[in-house]
Write a protein that binds this ligand. Structure first.
Ligand code: UT7
Length: 330
């Protein structure tokens, strides 16, 4: 939770999306599915998939370079480099350290956080804490996800939902009214097994049985997750609004996690916001886990839809379960 005076602000964003577009029609050729089913249930038309040699670190570095250039920040100026990812390149070290090396952020302290789809706003809160307690001047927050590497391509109920991509933001101490205001984060580990990878970690290390049963890949109870998502995102949005001292009518634009258009519409309805005030791009990218919000913000800036002075509501939900919302004055 934060007070209603901004301590830090997002000064720039960047995004990196792999070139390869995979449409629902393309999916029809590898799975028993249809464009109609996928679009009706999720609002997704297509997603981007990274080629084999392209990793979360490569995509994250691509997004970071753009965000740094737009902010006029050199890699060696970055003090804190936080990466949100559910698809680290390796179990050790953190993907943040790989990105640090790729971009040359020599003096930065670099580490990963694991909060699944909620990771970008969780990471913004960590950056806020570091900067506002004097541990540096410039934070680079990156959300990068190669979801195609952890979904089960034999499970049509999950693999059609996800995509690959990365977003990044440069965060500095606020110099005025701009910045992060009310923030609410929450999680519930009792619901962990609604969306998880059962094996392949330290509890059940990778072996032939795990590989054969494909239990190292994402398993999701879609309907259950759906119900929790709408309730949790709507509740968090209201909390963030209350903490920021804003009325619902003050909100100019909401950036919800892009998992499913039905979840987005349900959340907007429960919060009380019309869809004209909700940014949607799930049709073009599917669910890129924690990368969805920074990619959406970057597109909104480019389209001229995100204008100075606007009041924004960022809201996310994901595995953990984790969720949260953040009021941001742009
Ligand atoms: O970032 C947060 C992470 N996750 C989410 O936000 C996902 C939350 N959940 C959802 O978005 C939805 O639950 C899904 C899109 C995953 C599924 O939609 P649903 O309306 O809950 O469908 P369902 O799982 O109840 O499946 C309905 C039917 C089943 O057939 P039967 O048993 O009714 O005969 C499935 O086998 O649809 C079938 N089905 C498919 N059919 C064609 C499941 N996947 C597919 C598919 N193509 N790809």
């Amino acid at each position: 939770m934060t007070a209603a005076t901004p301590l830090v602000e997002i000064v720039s964003t960047g995004r990196y999306l792999p070139d390869r577009v995979v449409t629902n029609r393309d999916m029809e050729s590898i799975l028993e599915t249809s464009d109609e089913w996928i679009f009706e249930r999720t609002g997704i038309r297509e997603r981007r998939l990274a080629p084999p040699g392209m990793t979360a670190a490569h995509m994250g570095a691509g997004a970071a370079r753009i965000a740094m250039e737009r902010a006029g920040v050199a890699p060696e100026d970055v003090d804190i480099l936080i990466v949100s990812t559910a698809t680290p390149d390796r179990w050790l070290p953190a993907t943040a350290c790989d990105i640090q090396a790729l971009i040359g952020a020599r003096k930065a302290v670099a580490f990963d956080i694991s909060a699944a789809c909620s990771g970008f706003i969780y990471a913004l809160t960590l950056a806020e804490g570091h900067l506002s307690t004097g541990r540096g001047e410039i934070a680079l927050v990156i959300a990068t996800e190669k979801m195609s590497s952890i979904v089960d391509w034999e499970d049509r109920a999950t693999c059609v939902l996800f995509g690959d991509g990365a977003g990044a933001a440069i965060v500095r101490k606020s110099s005025g009214e701009r910045g992060i205001l009310g923030t609410h984060h929450q999680s519930d580990g009792n619901l962990a097994e609604l969306l998880y990878r059962p094996a392949g970690g330290a509890a059940i290390p990778m072996d032939e049985e795990v590989l054969r049963d494909r239990t190292h890949l994402v398993r999701m109870s879609g309907r259950e997750v759906f119900k929790h998502a709408v309730r949790a995102m709507a509740g968090a949005s209201k909390q963030a609004l209350a903490l920021s001292g804003w009325e619902l009518e003050d909100v100019d634009l909401m950036f919800p996690h892009q998992a499913n258009i039905r979840i987005i519409k349900g959340t907007a309805r429960y919060v009380g916001l019309p869809m004209e005030k909700v940014f949607v791009n799930v049709d073009r990218y599917g669910n890129m886990s924690s990368a969805t919000i920074p990619v959406a913000m970057d597109e909104a800036i480019e389209e001229g839809r995100l204008q100075p002075g606007m009041k924004l509501l960022l809201v996310a939900f994901g595995a953990g379960l984790t969720w949260g919302a953040m009021a941001v004055r742009w």
